[in-house]
Design a binder for this molecule. Structure first.
Ligand SMILES: [Zn+2]
Length: 237
């Protein structure tokens, strides 16, 4: 089976952080595998169910991670998800653990196609929350490096359009985070100890209303640097 037998159904997803809605993918047929049923939206789930019926019914339901906009529709769909561990397969899809956005984040590879959930998005950059919100920047970077080693033709993300230049996009994602990390580390090395000053210096391209999100991203970066012994203890507000 190859990428030509993938059907995308985009869920309507009102909310500031979810771009144009969650992508639900139907893979193969007789039976079909559903990747991310999407949010608890009866109209969307009905469309998924009808499309799945036309493709011979649902075999497995796979989840990229446990955020509501990806899994909220599971009860409405009425099929228990299949939980795969690293290297396990359902039909043509093989699971790759890719934590960072959440601890339970998974990608699924089918030949040269990767269904990656919110590891990489079709537009912009994804959210990597600090540890108290379930994220890990260290895990996230390791996950990006892991998928960078795959020979991919297409990435099908959890939000936004298909990514047709996977190697370039993954490299861009890695470089984006490394640049923030380098700037943060050099400000710390210079002696800056105010969180607000660090935020305004390193996230100087971010509009005022997105500063709270940037502060959360900075916390995730600080936790990674701290684990590497690179953050001084006396950070202040
Ligand atoms: Zn998510």
């Amino acid at each position: 089976m190859n990428d030509s037998d993938v059907q995308l159904i985009v869920a309507p997803n009102p909310g500031p952080m979810t771009l144009e809605g969650t992508n639900t993918y139907l893979v193969g047929r007789d039976p079909v595998i559903v990747v991310d049923p999407g949010p608890e939206d009866p109209g969307h789930i009905e469309m998924v169910r009808a499309a799945a019926e036309e493709r011979g019914g649902i075999g497995d339901v796979l989840l990229t991670h446990s955020h509501e906009d990806h899994i909220g529709g599971v009860p409405l769909l009425g099929v228990d998800p299949t939980v795969l561990d690293q290297g396990e397969s359902a039909g043509p899809l093989t699971c790759l653990r890719t934590p960072g956005h959440t601890e339970d984040s998974r990608s699924f590879q089918m030949e040269r196609t990767l269904f990656c959930g919110d590891l990489i998005l079709g537009h912009g950059s994804t959210i990597v929350p600090p540890a108290d919100q379930g994220g890990s920047m260290a895990d996230y970077m390791a996950s990006l490096h892991r998928v960078a080693g795959l020979d991919l033709e297409t990435i099908r993300p959890g939000h936004g359009p298909e990514i047709t230049d996977p190697a370039a996009k993954i490299a861009e994602y890695i470089e984006h985070r490394q640049l923030r990390e380098r700037r943060l580390a050099s400000a710390l090395e210079r002696g800056e100890r105010s969180r607000m000053a660090l935020l305004r210096e390193v996230w100087d391209d971010v509009p005022e209303e997105l500063l709270p999100a940037a502060a959360s991203a900075m916390q995730a970066h600080l936790e990674k640097l701290e684990a590497e012994g690179r953050v001084p203890s006396e950070l202040g507000e």
